[in-house]
Design a protein around this ligand. Structure first.
Ligand code: SF4
Length: 105
């Protein structure tokens, strides 16, 4: 799979197609990914993660949410991660980058 990234992660393409058009969740009920119970091992989270882990654009999705999501308003299962997991990932990226940009090289 070839990924070409343009200036925006939203416009990144996979084999010439914008990544989100290939999303496994494209035709699914959004409620699947926004459960009330966000405990990492809850049935609802497991269901959403199962879809994400089989998604052909998981890396693009996770990159996009990490670049665009308001850290103070994380919600839902996106890119197979819970809001708490993305908060931790964001903190690790900031530590790794070490340049104040919040973006790991
Ligand atoms: S990784 Fe999950 S949330 Fe992201 S596009 Fe794929 S199915 Fe949707």
């Amino acid at each position: 799979m070839t990924t070409t990234t343009s200036t925006s992660t939203r416009n990144a393409t996979v084999n010439g197609v914008v990544w989100w058009a290939l999303a496994a969740c494209h035709d699914l009920d959004p409620e699947t990914f926004y459960p009330l119970d966000l405990a990492p091992r809850s049935d609802a989270v497991r269901r959403a993660r199962r879809v994400c882990t089989g998604c052909p654009v998981l890396p693009e999705c996770l990159a996009d949410v990490m670049a665009s999501e308001d850290p103070g308003r994380r919600w839902g299962i996106i890119g197979a991660t819970t809001p708490d997991e993305r908060t931790a990932l964001y903190a690790r990226q900031r530590t790794t980058a070490g340049d104040g940009t919040g973006v790991a090289a």
